[in-house]
Design a protein around this ligand. Structure first.
Ligand code: AP5
Length: 216
């Protein structure tokens, strides 16, 4: 499958993307994970991105498109890809359209995860993430806890809270989402490729996406 997952911070994009990759072998491409890896590795990209991310602002479109232009041409993308957290602005969506045309690739669907704001706020303050960059399993102290001593159940590494999970950064991320990313819902609706899913159940969302893709 080749899909875009849209949704506010904490809507569950990463959680659903992992379920979908387990299902059909498509790769999850999370610009957030790529950027966090770069920050951790103190690369040039990481140094440029760090401040924006910690403040809950978007990283400039030019940096993101540089990453995506090369990532989408890597061999593992031939199995299909799930774009998690990209595109996030209208210029990124326009640039993606051109890039896909250049690569002769067609998207199957754009899925919007529509989750109430109070649920999102609760999820973001209770999320934990595996600190191993090759694992990055997502946990939640309420709905999907790690081991009692705070370790990842898959790889045993410590689970951590992200640097952008302060109250101030969460508020800013939600504001940025409303201003810059929410307009993409209308953008893809106009194109006829949008499927809106209003649910807080990951299983229900997963089954709905599978049914949508089967229906064509
Ligand atoms: P990014 O990493 O993309 O963060 P985000 O969009 O804010 O999304 P999150 O990862 O916070 O949430 P999610 O929707 O994946 O939810 P999750 O599955 O974890 O981006 C971070 C930063 O990088 C940005 O702020 C920006 O600075 C930069 N950036 C990234 N991409 C960019 C781009 N394209 N352009 C510019 N800048 C960019 O779930 C959340 C929690 O809820 C977890 O604890 C999970 O266990 C729990 N949960 C999920 N589903 C359920 C459920 N059904 N029931 C109960 N709990 C659930």
């Amino acid at each position: 499958m080749r899909i875009i997952l849209l949704g506010a911070p904490g809507a569950g994009k990463g959680t659903i993307a992992k379920m979908l990759t387990d299902y059909d072998g498509s790769v999850q491409i999370s610009t957030g994970d790529i950027l966090r890896g770069a920050v951790k590795g103190a690369t040039e990209l990481g140094e440029k991105a760090r401040g924006y991310m910690e403040r809950g602002e978007l990283v400039p479109d030019s940096l993101i498109m540089e990453i995506m232009e090369s990532r989408l041409q890597e061999p593992d993308c031939r199995k299909g890809f799930i774009l998690d957290g990209f595109p996030r602005t209208i210029p990124q969506a326009d640039a993606l359209k051109n890039l896909l045309q250049k690569l002769h690739l067609k998207l199957d669907r754009v899925i919007n995860l529509d989750v109430p704001r109070d649920v999102i706020l609760d999820r973001l303050t209770t999320r934990r993430t595996c600190s191993n960059p090759n694992c990055q399993e997502i946990y939640n102290v309420k709905s999907k806890p790690p081991t009692p001593d705070g370790k990842c159940k898959k790889c045993g590494s410590p689970v951590i809270q992200r640097a952008d999970e302060t109250e101030e950064a969460i508020t800013k991320r939600l504001e940025t989402y409303n201003e810059k990313t929410a307009p993409l819902i209308q953008y893809y609706r106009k194109e006829g490729s949008l499927k809106n899913i209003s649910s807080t159940s990951s299983d229900e969302i997963f089954n709905n996406i599978k049914a949508t893709l089967k229906a064509g």
